[in-house]
Write a protein that binds this ligand. Structure first.
Ligand SMILES: Cc1ncc(COP(=O)(O)O)c(C=O)c1O
Length: 378
């Protein structure tokens, strides 16, 4: 499968064609496709005079988003709760999974704080123990993580699919299988993984996925989702509680029934009211990702990442991201990172600095010509 990158750039990211900037920073904020901006604007324009926006249209952007997210990860739509960020899903796990005094939750070191503070806070309040497994040579130590699962009373493992600063990919299949074999719950922060990599939850045993839309899903700020495995939905009572988390709440003529019977599906976890205009954008971005093809996007991203890694190595720049375990992030550790960053900026190469490393992140719209510009600047 190949992707028509030039066409994609012309139609959705015309400013890239104009050479305004080389966008290697989707790991911070994804660019919005032109059709997404149009969808958001159109929705907001109607909402200015609310009678122009039908109930079906308003709630339709949510159901479209759920359906397209489900399709992206091989889930059932009943397993998807929309959220406004990654943290919503992690917090749901930290506060609602059955965890009590003496229970152990394992996380690796080097996690983005969205997958740390909720666990620290919940551990303090709920009395479980949080174990942080040290990294090895600055990278996720998967062996140590697997070994940690055999400690007494481990109930849950939570990891980032892709490390935000290292770009290293966790082997979700291996970790998920190990958790499943031990009856341990497996929670994944998919923020830096979904898009540059593909995922099928019918094959990979994950219990809960938390993911924001603002990076690799090319979606507006304030969009995201939580996947909860079907068999688990019934075991978790919503936290926090939303007025539309209960059955029958779609019928606005019977809101005073006060019947606290949670919805049977993952919508029990959704925090209505959601930013509808932003989900109009997300539904549109997801439509584009499906049109391009998740496998084709992943393959193109891989080519760009490998060209970057090889080019950097040829120039003697230490590449922190492991070659055998990369997704879309390339983390470089040149001797003088600040000077290299300044050269990239001068060449209009959008990048970020994370934990002393230069983070570059190409994606479906990146050309090999742009990779060359970045390499020259290095
Ligand atoms: C791995 C990872 N998780 C989560 C986030 C962000 O979390 P949230 O969507 O809650 O802002 C980031 C970056 O911003 C990240 O790199």
């Amino acid at each position: 499968m190949t992707l028509d990158v030039e066409r994609l750039r012309r139609e959705e990211f015309p400013w890239m064609v104009d050479g305004e900037s080389v966008c290697l920073n989707v790991a911070s904020t994804g660019p919005l496709p032109a059709r997404t901006v149009r969808a958001q604007q159109e929705f907001t324009r109607k909402r200015a005079a609310p009678h122009r926006l039908s109930h079906e249209e308003q709630f339709g952007v949510l159901s479209d988003s759920r359906e397209r997210i489900a399709r992206l990860i091989g889930a059932d739509v009943e397993e998807i709760a929309l959220s406004v960020n990654t943290g919503a899903g992690i917090n749901l796990a930290a506060w609602t999974f059955p965890l009590g005094k003496g229970d152990v939750v394992v996380i690796p070191d080097l996690e983005f704080p969205a997958n740390v503070y909720p666990w620290m806070a919940a551990a303090e309040s709920r009395g479980f123990t949080l174990v942080r497994v040290p990294a090895r040579s600055g990278l996720l130590d998967e062996e140590a993580l697997l070994a940690a699962l055999d400690r007494p009373r481990v109930r849950l493992l939570a990891v980032s699919w892709v490390g935000f600063s290292t770009g290293a990919v966790a082997d979700l299949d291996a970790l998920g299988r190990a958790c499943r074999a031990r009856g341990i719950r497996f929670v994944v922060d998919a923020m830096q993984g979904l898009g540059p990599l593909v995922l099928d939850v019918t094959q990979t045993p994950v219990d809960l996925i938390a993911c924001g839309g603002q990076k690799w899903l090319l979606s507006p700020w304030g969009t995201g989702f939580t996947y909860v495995r079907r068999s688990l939905v019934h075991e978790l009572a919503p936290q926090p509680v939303s007025w539309m988390g209960v059955q029958g709440s779609d019928d606005f003529s019977r809101l005073l029934a006060y019947d606290m019977t949670w919805r049977a599906d993952a919508r029990r976890f959704e925090q209505i009211t959601l930013p509808f205009q932003d989900f109009a954008g997300m539904a549109t971005s997801l439509e584009l990702l499906h049109e391009l093809g998740p496998a084709a996007i992943a393959a193109h991203t891989r080519r760009c990442v490998e060209a970057l890694m090889n080019g950097a190595a040829e120039r003697g720049i230490p590449v922190a991201t492991p070659k055998s375990r990369h997704a879309g992030i390339v983390s470089l550790r040149p001797a003088d990172a600040a000077a290299v960053s300044a050269r990239l900026t001068a060449a209009r190469v959008e990048h970020s600095m994370r934990e002393g490393a230069i983070r570059l992140a190409p994606y479906c719209y990146t050309t090999l010509g742009e990779i060359e510009i970045a390499l020259q600047a290095l």
